[in-house]
Design a protein. Sequence first.
Length: 124
Amino acid sequence: MKLDGKRAAASSVKRNRRVLNVAMEYAIKHRTLDSNPLPKGRGATPQTSNAVDRRSLIHPKRMARMLASIRRRPRGGRRLYGYFATVYYTVPRPEEAVALYVEDVTLPPAGAEDQWCDVLFHTA
């Protein structure tokens, strides 16, 4: 429940239960508790969906305009363009995008029918 008495989102409940379970396991390890008092089994946590809401995604044309305006910035525009384009098109975590090197990207040959490339993420 939230502070105002309403039901919390299922994802929040799951996250809070995980944190609470870690705290309970810590208490058991240090002999403060004998067993985990949290209920187990089906129905203990609400079901969540892993589907992405399409309304939360940026339309490709809008993102192209945003990237173009970033690239035109006088200071650091090309570097920021590379960073944000990498984040948009390959969806790494921010620390993975920052740790990329030129050698980590294998581009297809010019004029190739298949325009997919390989990106190696090795640091998080």
